[in-house]
Design a protein around this ligand. Structure first.
Ligand code: FAD
Ligand code: PHB
Length: 409
């Protein structure tokens, strides 16, 4: 049996766990990170791509932005298409110069793993049988097996950063949390294609046959999504059928369409909205997808994870430096307020841009009117823009022990 002692035990090496580990490292707080999957699996997993301005600023302030500054694609606008016409929303003009940056979540995770490795603080990949104990006590324990050995980590706190299928949230007794959930009757079929992006900015499309989204990962790789029925088996979509449907939904009246290329990866993601609150039980603090899930239409999931761990860092820093517990007590309230605003935005983007089974002709005309208003009113565009680039942070970087450097690009 290996017995370790740390200040904060972190379950999960996704964006939430790795960002938290690095934030705490910079504050001199010791952590052990335990991840169920292998290093390669975690890095290769294709997921989000849109970083809010605040998430970019956080990565810069953390000193893990070399790849981001080299390969991140700064976008100052996006397009919304309906009735075959593309309408540009000028994010920078509407928000006083803010923008989003396209940089794959897997690249963010790779950069953070490299930064963690350089600190030589422990990060266990391929951990089995992870479990948490003594959450109501001041010395919670994290147990797991690694390389055939049982490990026990004695902690002051445990951070549950283990995503929507992790073990931390289910370790909270029933009745100690309230769960809010909405399941959508569709999912997204996503592809990565070896094709140069034919637009410099994202295109969100509302089409009679359903939603479609044009995005990218690099000057050579296009990322595209299609609304499909919930639980659609990916095997029922040949590459030809995917391209036919993408082109049918996305080609605009002026002839714009995505470039076609070899499909490198394809998968279907179900869509749901989920919040479990409070995000704390005793000495266990949940962060990221372990506490909340948003449908990807608002591109908020990864950004919410980043904002949670910034709030948690402020609280842990105040505890270790000054023995103060009020920010720990406020952690859930501060995060949940932002979570609900992101939930509302993601729900609105999803409801406005997707076709729903059993929708009436009235519903359809209302959606068109919503999109017409959105793309013709500066007030409506400003509302979308300020939420899309990210609402102001709840806590300052300084309060989490970071110097504020704005992105150099
Ligand atoms: P995760 O990234 O899920 O990380 C949790 C980590 O914990 C994982 O590495 C997991 O292996 C590990 N873990 C799980 N159980 C255990 C355990 N028992 N012990 C130890 N470790 C464990 N958001 C967008 O904005 N745009 C998108 O296009 C988009 N696409 C998505 C596609 C999919 C399939 C999924 C699941 C999510 C997608 N999201 C998207 C959401 C976004 O990727 C998440 O919000 C983000 O990954 C949250 O980060 P996290 O660190 O909280 O959770
Ligand atoms: C992506 O590039 O993967 C992406 C972009 C915008 C979204 C969701 C996903 O809303």
């Amino acid at each position: 049996m290996g017995s370790l002692r740390t200040q904060v035990g972190i379950v999960g090496a996704g964006p939430a766990g790795l960002l938290l580990g690095h934030l705490l490292h910079l504050n001199g707080i010791d952590t052990v990170v335990v991840e169920a999957r292998s290093r390669d699996y975690v890095i290769d997993r294709v997921r989000a791509g849109v970083l809010e301005q605040g998430t970019v600023d956080l990565l810069v302030a953390l000193g893990v932005s070399t790849g981001l500054c080299r390969a991140g694609l700064r976008h100052e606008g996006l397009y919304v298409t309906f009735d075959g016409r593309r309408h540009r929303i000028d994010l920078a003009d509407l928000t006083g110069g803010k923008a989003i940056t396209i940089y794959g979540q897997n690249e963010v995770v790779r950069d953070l793993i490299d930064a963690r490795s350089a600190t030589t603080r422990p990060l266990y990949f391929g951990a089995e049988g992870v479990s948490v104990h003594g959450l109501e006590t001041s010395k919670p324990v994290l147990r797991f097996q690694h390389g055939g050995t049982d490990h026990e980590v004695h902690c002051d706190f445990i951070a549950g950063c283990d995503g929507s299928h992790g073990i931390c949230r289910p370790s909270i007794p029933a009745g100690a949390q309230t769960v809010y959930e909405r399941v959508y009757p569709f999912g997204w079929l996503g592809i990565l294609a070896e094709a140069a992006p034919s637009s410099d900015e994202l295109v969100y499309t509302y089409h009679e046959r359903g939603f479609a989204l044009f995005s990218m990962r690099s000057p050579r790789i296009t990322r595209l999504y299609l609304q499909v029925p919930a639980d659609e088996p990916i095997e029922s979509w040949s590459d030809e059928a995917i391209w036919d449907e993408m082109l049918t939904r996305m080609t605009t009246r002026d002839g714009w369409r995505p470039n076609v290329g070899r499909i490198l990866q394809k998968s279907v993601t179900p869509m749901r909205s989920f919040v479990a609150a409070p995000m704390r039980y005793g000495r266990l603090f949940l962060a990221g997808d372990s506490a909340h899930i948003v449908p990807p239409t608002g591109a908020k999931g990864l950004n919410l994870a980043a904002s949670d761990v910034l709030v948690l860092t402020r609280a842990l820093r105040a505890f270790y430096e000054q023995g103060r517990t009020e920010w720990l007590d406020e952690y859930s309230n501060v995060c949940v307020r932002r979570v609900w605003r992101a939930q509302r935005f993601s729900w609105w983007m999803t409801s406005t841009l997707h076709r729903f089974p059993n929708e009436s002709a009235f519903d359809h005309q209302r959606q068109i009117a919503d999109l017409d208003y959105l793309t013709s009113s500066r007030a409506a565009m400003t509302s979308l823009a300020e939420q899309y680039v990210g609402l102001p942070a709840e806590v300052s970087f300084e309060s989490a022990g970071l110097q504020l450097h704005t992105a150099s690009r």
